[in-house]
Design a protein around this ligand. Sequence first.
Ligand code: CP
Ligand code: NVA
Length: 309
Amino acid sequence: MKKDFLSLVDIDRHELEGIVSDAMRLKQMKSAGTVHEYLKGKSLGMIFEKASTRTRVSFEVGMTDLGGHALFLNPQDLQLGRGEEIRDTARALARYVDAIMIRAYEHATIEGFAHHSTVPIINGLSNTLHPCQVLADIMTLRERFSDLQDLKLAWIGDGNNVCNSWVLSAALTGMEVVVASPPRYRPKESLVEQARAAGGRIRIVADPEEAAQDADVLYTDIWVSMGDEQERAERLQAFRGYTIDSRLLARASPDAFVMHCLPAHRGEEITDEVMEGPQSIIWDQAENRLHAQKALLVHLIAGGMPSLK
Ligand code: CP
Ligand code: NVA
């Protein structure tokens, strides 16, 4: 039975622990130059409806590191762009490749692939969720904290796809997730309810200072996500006061870390000073996309890494 990764709710705590621990092992192996071709001869199809730097490169390099191969597929070059149905594309591609990663506007597009494909489908970002990002972020925090259970993460700004994934992760990690957003830009209510029903500790507030107070992690993302470009002017207006700057950072725990999934718009959601400051772990997050996704690919395609003797 194939397994998909469309959302963080597709894995349980035990699987999360396994993937994070494998990701850390893979990171060490790469740095030591140890061959780790756990997906030798396997292929990953990658469909991108939207732009990408990190997701595209980390999945492609990840497959190469693992002894496999990745194919970049632009929907405009596929028959999908000329009206071939998802159910037909998904079934045909699944006869060639061992997993498919999709970045799409509509989450339903990715669900459609998952429904019809016989190989694992990975959500590389939709308008609703970005689970691969949060998986890498959890790894990044686990490199610094042995237990995430009592940490407080303050999300400052747009309640977007990355924020929704953080909300859904709360029950898995045990972290408290406090979101400070203008009322119109809160995370999706149905997901907040789903996360709370699963035991997640989530608070939604309007005041960034309230969220940042004593937080262990401050997290933000761009105010204008891909697809929201026509709303740029009103969004810049609505998010005034939601910048992570040194004044807001001073509210957080003195040992707090600052995170951003990238790409950033310096001077909007985060200042240059904070991004380049000593509390920023933004570049580790970007790097860990590679290691976390490699562990995810091995988990989905090969059932995990061989255990340590
Ligand atoms: N964070 C992230 O997914 O970056 P890209 O859009 O560059 O893939
Ligand atoms: N929220 C952003 C994240 C990009 C990685 C977007 O969807 O454009």
